[in-house]
Structure formats: C-alpha cells, structure tokens
Design a protein around this ligand. Structure first.
Ligand code: ZN
Length: 273
C-alpha cells in the first residue's frame, strides 16, 4: 500500500512541477523585464542600431525588455582574448531580440551560450566527395549557429554588420535566424510558423525564390540577396532575414511575396523604421 501511495505522491509532484514550471519561468521573466534599463545600454543601442530611434515606442520598449531577459538567461564567453563588455552583450542582444518582437517567445530556448571571437575564425570542415573521398577544408567564418545551443560570432563582423545598417549584411541577424529555424530540429529554412501562416504558402514562395537565386548565381546575374543564400534553403532563410531587416524597401519592391511571408513571420514591418 505504502509504495503505491508514494508513487501517487511522486506523480502528483511531477505533474505539479510540469504545470508550474512555465508559469514560474514567466513570472521570473516578468520581474527581469521590469528592472530599470541602464542609460548606458540605451546609448549603445542607439549607436549600434541607428534605426532604433525610428522604431515605434512600443517596439522600443519590447526590445529593451527582451534584452533584459536575454542577458539574464544567456551566457557570453570571450574567446582568443576577447573580454566580454556591456557593449558586446548589448550589441548582440539587441539585434538577436529584434527577431522576437510582437510575438510570444521562449527566447531561443535551446540557446545557452554565445561565443565571441575577436575577428573571423577558422574552422576545420570535413565533407564526403564522390567516390567516398573524405575532403578536409579550412574555412573562415564570421559566425555560426549550432543546434546544440551555441552561437559563435566574430566581434569585428558583428560591428561591421551593425555599422552599416542598410547593406543587407548582418551576421547576428543571420545566426539568430538559424537559431529560430533550429527550434524544431535541424535548420531547413522552415521555422515554426504562427497560426496566421501556412506551411504550403511559405514553402511555395521560398522554394521558387530560392531556385531563382540558384539560377542567378549560376549565370552571374546580380541579386539583392547574397549568393551565399543559394547554398541551401536554411541559408536562404537566414540571408533573406538579413535583407528583410536592413533593406526592407528594396526587398518589398523586388520580392513582394517573399517580403509578405517574412512580414507575417517576424510580425514587424521594417519599411516604416
Ligand atoms: Zn548561415
């Protein structure tokens, strides 16, 4: 009888824990969101994100509250001599949280650590070529997003991406778009969509525009999107996300259907910033 009762008690406690955990976490986050936002942090955002001033007041407030939660939950680690400063943390957090506005978010739930390198870093890559030949390669990267919960960024490339806010290149937006894509497993260019979107529309529009970029790359025809987006659908989603936030006008003008899908997904319209 006693072991049976113990089992019931354990089951009740376990269910209670499962039910209470998300609301407890939400309660904690709400407390963090209400903390005063340091003046120095606001100055960093204005320097590193010039369009912040143009954003509607409610989005500015949301962004600042998201940054507080992001900083409370994610760990920054400096690599190769980088010392983590407020400038690094705020610059990265502000751009990462730009992708979370206007929707229910769990703040990149898989992500726990952001590694910061001083500049582009070298990575050894292996790939299998025809005939089963294993090919070793050293590649230089500005950023990387791992689905095991880490984002790696070059600080130099992060600053370069932020300094020119309308060139369509932003390594932080790129890597955090991958994190969104990786929430449901490996990145494949189809993140979890909201209730007001459907996967067929997303897939139809993204597939045709991805194929177009592949053809343009092959024939050397210039595109608003970096040819790197033609690597695979996951890269296409990350590259188009960079352009969505940084060159909204041109994007909307040349690719209205693709723009519409990203507008529905990100729930903001950067044309007005
Ligand atoms: Zn990428």
């Amino acid at each position: 009888m006693l072991p049976f009762l113990s089992l019931i008690v354990i089951a009740v406690l376990l269910i209670g824990y499962i039910v209470a955990k998300p609301s407890w976490r939400e309660y904690q986050r709400d407390k963090v969101r209400k903390l005063p936002f340091k003046k120095g942090w606001r100055v960093i955002i204005q320097q590193r994100m010039p369009y912040f001033r143009q954003m509607p007041a409610d989005l500015q407030l949301q962004l600042k509250q998201h940054i507080q939660v992001f900083l409370a939950e994610k760990k920054f680690v400096g690599c190769n001599g980088v010392e983590i400063t407020d400038e690094i943390k705020i610059t990265v957090a502000a751009q990462a949280c730009l992708l979370l506005l206007n929707r229910k978010t769990d703040y990149y739930p898989k992500l726990h650590t952001i590694l910061i390198y001083p500049s582009a870093f070298i990575k050894e890559q292996q790939s299998m070529h025809a005939g089963g030949v294993l090919h070793h390669q050293r590649v230089t990267l500005a950023g990387e997003s791992w689905d095991s919960g880490t984002v790696v960024l070059s600080w130099q490339d992060t600053i370069d991406g932020a300094d020119i806010p309308d060139d369509g290149h932003n390594v932080v937006i790129h890597e955090f778009a991958h994190q969104l894509d990786q929430e449901k497993g490996s990145a494949n260019g189809a993140p979890i969509l909201g209730k007001d979107q459907n996967y067929k529309d997303w897939s139809d529009v993204f597939s045709s525009q991805y194929e177009l970029l592949r053809k343009q790359k092959k024939s050397g025809i210039p595109s608003l999107f970096d040819y790197y987006g033609a690597t695979n659908p996951a890269e296409f989603f990350a590259v188009t996300s960079e352009v969505f936030f940084e060159q909204a006008h041109k994007f909307h003008q040349h690719y209205p259907m693709l723009y519409q899908q990203l507008k529905l997904y990100y729930k903001v319209d950067p044309i007005y910033w």
